[in-house]
Design a protein around this ligand. Structure first.
Ligand code: ARG
Ligand code: ZN
Length: 849
């Protein structure tokens, strides 16, 4: 089987052997680390198949079977496996491998982040450390001994509890760890290095005293307090909300600068991208603070949803990720404004997940075919997966959802299970038929709801019809929350169960034609086709009880006018639109919510719903609408801007909301002539990163003489702060003028730039493709070409990062013909590149198929 052969969910077979215990010894050396792996195997059922272990990029040193060294003729090795015929049912295998952490730029398996050693094993990285049955349904208890130079690596960490430690010859020392919970190899972790440690403790609800430790680079300890406080809030929240408690005596988090994704939930030893740990008042934005708390929560919640109950195979990834994202979203909603948190979740879905579901890599939340597993850590598996869990929560209600979850844990604790197992537990515990609901796990694409209504005045009846469609696939069970708004005091709220292709409801005793607010709290991840008049939308904006619908009605109204202006750039906007905005600006609503109402739908939220779209025309239309609103309502924006200023800095919800509101007002004001002074004023007087960055991003969007001065000043101030310099690189890459391509070359040649650091690579490349759409999509095709050039380089350095960055180039379906053909031409070049990693190959092939 070649590396590029797809694997199918339908081909799942239980493992032929089990591994019950693993005893690992790591002798850490920069370029030559030796791993001794003693495994205890048992044969599953009667068969005489050979043992086939996974292994990649490792050098095999020796194999011992029950203590006897095997000759190299007694097993076969190729570049992804080791095969051994054994006739015993119960045996011990000792495999010694050598690996090279220093040259591991893919950052999978054991690698170096600066001077520290660390691991990333999910999904299939453990096989880059040793030969193993590297699949999540093989679960063993691990004992890990780490040996390293004591001065270079005073801290030696692995999963579980510390059981031994001591000094060795030649300045070395060791620590040995034991994890009592059987786990799959993807949850294995090792970290070694010189860190500062922030220590705290947490007393669980049943009285277990847990030591909490956060390891950061020296000098950063003051930036770890927010992460620690977030961790304690997450631990308490999971006890209160789901009765779930932590289960070891120690919980460690390590922050590293080199990391492919956000963070990793290894048992008892989370490894984090430092971006999701470090935060302090001067260097982190409000969004950074929010994200640190959310990711800390996410990884902590995995201890139950992922670790105690794990996935049978990687096709089931959403079992743990969808559920854990849902849990972290609920946590965030409880810690902050629930409505604003929900709005932000929906923006992510609409701007990214819908595009994925409409693109060449579309897949169900439980994929059926995978070439490179790393390509399936997607918005679909995570965010749509969370929406599916949320629908279940909506359908069952909070109490029954909890009963279902309780049954799930009591049935499956310590096991590796499937999405069906999860749904069956929810169904059994609550006596609910969820067979149709299961279709959400096997269908890709975003369903479209087409809604029609009819009011029968004579009989005081309101008739509502909803049809669902998703590429001819069978009807799903879709919960649809609605509100009927009339002049009555109370709106009439309902939760409809849409289970047929087309279904109608009749509401009796409706004394006047109601206004329908559809999809309250966004009860389902769907698109809607339900044209409503400006008046109806304005009514929803002020009268709906559901805050999500109030916000969404405004977005719909804006979308209508942006699309119209795109087709007819000279048209003028109606007074009614200005009035709606005027009332938003003058209303007495919470600042954070108001900021969301004032934020226009983004380019990415709009682009895939317009056929053959010229992206520049769309950007122009968004800009025109923004500028017209700013012009018409300038005094109000300015007043709101000034009224939202705060003397000191604080970090409570009110203060955060005010900053958001102030900065969205700023983004309108700077579209007007002679308002640039606001930017430098705000930049000079800011006492926090949110305000500083807001001023700079406006400056990058509307570049003036001053931009370079401000950017240079910022770079001098923050040159020794890695995370802030990532922001600086991202700002530079989003500068909205035609010096951008020279700027990009300068950035790539900057002494602080390296493609080997994923955060830095993303800071330039993703910031350009995502935040600078005018130049990414420029008519010359230079933007596309730039991305391809970087992908070719990254392919050899870090295929996983390359594969994430290609996204905007494969989602071209809605673009105009000229751009589609320019993109395809570039993709063909990439496809022909020899030694393309399977990560990129899978996506390019899908895009060109
Ligand atoms: N399980 C991790 C999380 O959700 C992410 C792991 C991603 N792994 C990968 N190979 N992309 O927190
Ligand atoms: Zn996760």
């Amino acid at each position: 089987m070649s590396d590029f052969t797809p694997r199918y969910l339908a081909d799942y077979r239980a493992a032929y052997f089990s591994i019950t215990r693993v005893d690992l010894t790591f002798e850490l050396e920069h370029q030559k680390t030796r791993v001794t792996n003693q495994m205890h195997f048992t044969r599953n059922k009667a068969h005489n198949l050979p043992l086939v272990l996974d292994g990649e990029q490792v050098t095999l040193v020796s194999v011992k079977l029950d203590g006897e060294i095997l000759a190299s003729t007694e097993y076969q090795v190729d570049d992804h496996s080791l095969t051994l015929a054994v006739d015993r049912d119960d045996f011990q295998l000792e495999i010694v491998t050598e690996i090279n952490p220093a040259d591991n730029t893919a950052l999978e398996g054991l690698f170096k982040s600066g001077d520290a050693y660390c691991t990333q094993c999910e999904a299939e990285g453990f096989r880059r450390i040793s030969y193993y049955l590297d699949r999540p349904d093989v679960m063993a208890t691990f004992t890990t001994k780490v040996i390293a130079d004591k001065r270079q690596c005073p801290h030696l960490l692995s999963n579980g509890n510390k059981i031994a430690a001591g000094n060795l010859a030649n300045g070395k020392h060791f620590v040995q760890w034991h994890d009592p919970f059987p786990k799959p190899s993807y949850l294995f972790a090792l970290v070694a290095g010189d860190f500062e440690v922030l220590r705290d403790q947490y007393l669980t609800m049943s009285g277990r005293d847990v030591a909490l430790e956060i390891f950061v680079d020296k000098g950063n300890i003051n930036k770890a307090h927010h992460a620690m406080a977030s961790l304690k809030r997450a631990m308490a929240w999971d006890e209160q909300t789901f009765g779930l408690e932590y289960d070891l005596d120690i919980y460690m988090i390590v922050a590293v600068d080199f990391f492919n994704m956000g963070a990793m939930e290894n048992k008892g030893l989370n490894v984090f991208n430092s971006k999701y740990v470090l935060a302090d008042e001067t260097s982190a934005t409000d969004v950074d603070y929010f994200n640190v708390e959310a990711v800390i929560g996410h990884e902590y919640f995995h201890n139950w949803t992922g670790n105690r109950v794990t996935c049978r195979d990687w096709f089931q990834l959403s079992l743990k990720e969808g559920l854990t994202v849902f849990r972290d979203q609920q946590f965030s909603a409880d810690m902050h404004s629930a409505a604003v948190t929900r709005i932000q979740n929906v923006r992510v879905l609409r701007s990214q997940q819908f595009a994925e579901d409409a693109g060449p890599m579309a897949h169900p939340i439980r994929p059926e075919k995978v070439i490179e597993m790393n390509n399936f850590y997607t918005l679909t598996v995570y965010e749509k997966g969370a929406e599916v869990i949320r629908m279940l929560h909506t359908i069952l209600g909070k109490e029954k959802f909890r009963q279902g979850l309780d049954l799930y844990f009591s049935r499956f604790d310590g096991m590796a299970v499937t999405c069906d197992d999860f749904i069956n537990a929810m169904a059994d515990a609550t006596g609910t038929d969820l067979e149709q609901f299961k279709l959400w796990y096997s269908q890709s694409g975003t369903p479209l709801l087409t809604v029609s209504e009819y009011y029968d005045e004579q009989n005081a009846q309101y008739h509502l019809t909803i049809a669902q469609s998703n590429n001819e696939q069978p009807a799903l069970h879709i919960p649809v929350g609605i509100e009927l708004i009339t002049s009555e005091q109370q709106n009439d709220a309902h939760l409809l169960a849409l289970t047929k292709a087309k279904q109608s409801w009749t509401f009796e005793g409706v004394k006047e034609k109601p206004v329908l607010a559809l999809l309250t709290d966004f009860t389902a991840p769907v698109k809607t086709n339900f044209p409503q008049s400006d008046q109806a939308l304005a009514c929803i904006m002020t009268r709906a009880d559901d805050e999500f619908c109030r916000w969404d009605a405004g977005q719909k109204l804006l979308t209508t006018y942006i699309t119209r202006v795109m087709k007819q750039p000279q048209m003028s906007l109606p007074d009614s639109l200005y009035q709606v905005f005027e009332s938003i600006l003058s209303a007495d609503t919470a600042a954070a919510f108001k900021a969301e109402q004032l934020t226009l739908p983004s380019f990415n939220e709009l682009v895939d719903s317009i056929e053959a779209v010229n992206p520049i025309a769309l950007l122009d239309a968004i800009e025109t609408v923004k500028r017209s609103l700013a012009k018409q309502l300038a005094p109000l924006f300015l007043k709101q801007y000034q009224a939202s200023a705060q003397a000191g800095y604080s970090h409570d919800g009110i203060a955060i909301g005010k900053r958001a509101l102030k900065n969205v007002c700023l983004s309108y004001l700077v579209t007007l002539d002679n308002h640039e002074h606001l930017l430098s004023q705000q930049y000079q007087s800011a006492n926090n990163m949110t305000d500083t960055l807001a001023a700079l991003s406006c400056a990058a969007a509307y570049p003036s003489q001053e931009l370079n001065t401000l950017m240079a000043d910022f770079a001098i101030k923050w040159s020794d702060n890695t995370l802030v310099m990532d922001k600086w690189f991202a700002l530079q890459a989003s500068i909205n003028n035609d010096t951008i391509f020279d700027k990009l070359s300068d950035l790539m040649a900057h002494p602080l730039f390296s493609l080997k650091n994923p955060n830095r690579a993303r800071a330039v490349i993703a910031a350009f493709t995502q935040n600078n759409p005018r130049y990414f999509h420029c008519a010359s095709g230079r933007g596309y070409q730039f991305l391809i050039e970087q992908l070719v380089l990254l392919n050899d350095i870090n295929p996983q990062v390359a594969s994430r960055l290609i996204t905007p180039l494969i989602q071209f379906k809605s673009l105009d013909a000229k751009r589609q053909s320019m993109i395809k031409e570039q993709l063909v070049k990439l496809q022909q590149h020899d030694k393309l990693a399977k990560d990129l190959q899978e996506k390019v092939d899908a895009a060109l198929a």
